[in-house]
Design a protein around this ligand. Structure first.
Ligand SMILES: Cc1cc2nc3c(=O)[nH]c(=O)nc-3n(C[C@H](O)[C@H](O)[C@H](O)COP(=O)(O)O)c2cc1C
Length: 156
C-alpha cells in the first residue's frame, strides 16, 4: 500500500521538508511506494486512496496558510474513517501561537472520521540545509505502526 506525503506550503519551506522526507524514505525503503503531493493537486478522491497520509502544513498568522484552508474546504464532505494521518508543521516560536495550524487540521480530520496519530512533529524556524534526521526518525515511527516498514519495536 503506497504512503502519501502531502504538503501545504505557502513560501516553499514545507514543500522542501516534505520533498526531503520523500527522497529519504524512497532511498531507505525501496520496496515501498511513497507518493509526494501538493495539496493543490489533491482532492478527496485522491486522499481516500491511502490509509496512511503524512501531512505537513505551515502556520500563518495564528492559523492555516491559504493552501491548507482551500484544501480542507475541498476535503470537507469526505468520510475519512479509513484514513490515518501523521501531522507535521512548520512554524516559528517568535509568533504568538506556534504551529497553530496543527490543532485546527487535527480537529477537522477527526470530525470527518480520520485517525490522527501521535506525536506530531514540528519545525521551529526551519532553514534550508538543516539537519532533518529527527524528522526522518519521526516519520519512520508510522511506517512501523502501519506495519509497512521494518519492525523496530515501536508501539504507538
Ligand atoms: C507573515 C507570517 C506569519 C506567520 N505566522 C506564524 C504563526 O502565527 N505561527 C507560527 O508558528 N509561525 C508563523 N510563521 C512562520 C512560518 O510558518 C514559517 O516561516 C514556515 O517555515 C513557512 O513555511 P511555508 O514556506 O511552507 O509556508 C509566519 C511567517 C510569516 C512570514
Amino acid at each position: 500500500m503506497p504512503i502519501l506525503i502531502l504538503y501545504a506550503s505557502y513560501t516553499g519551506y514545507t514543500q522542501e521538508a516534505a520533498t526531503l522526507l520523500w527522497q529519504n524514505l524512497c532511498g531507505r525503503f525501496p520496496h515501498r511506494e511513497f507518493i509526494l503531493l501538493n495539496v493543490r493537486e489533491a482532492d478527496k478522491k485522491e486522499v481516500k486512496k491511502y490509509s496512511l497520509i503524512i501531512f505537513g502544513a505551515s502556520t500563518w498568522d495564528d492559523g492555516l496558510n491559504p493552501e491548507t484552508k482551500l484544501f480542507l474546504e475541498k476535503l470537507q464532505s469526505a468520510n475519512l474513517s479509513g484514513s490515518r494521518f501523521a501531522l507535521f508543521g512548520l512554524g516559528d516560536r517568535q509568533f504568538l501561537v506556534f504551529c497553530a495550524a496543527l490543532p485546527i487540521i487535527e480537529a477537522q480530520l477527526k470530525k470527518q472520521g480520520a485517525t490522527v496519530l501521535s506525536p506530531v512533529f514540528t519545525f521551529d524556524n526551519y532553514q534550508t540545509g538543516q539537519d532533518i534526521s529527527k524528522f526522518i526518525e519521526w516519520a519512520e515511527l508510522f511506517l512501523d505502526a502501519a506495519e509497512l516498514g521494518h519492525n523496530t519495536g515501536q508501539n504507538l
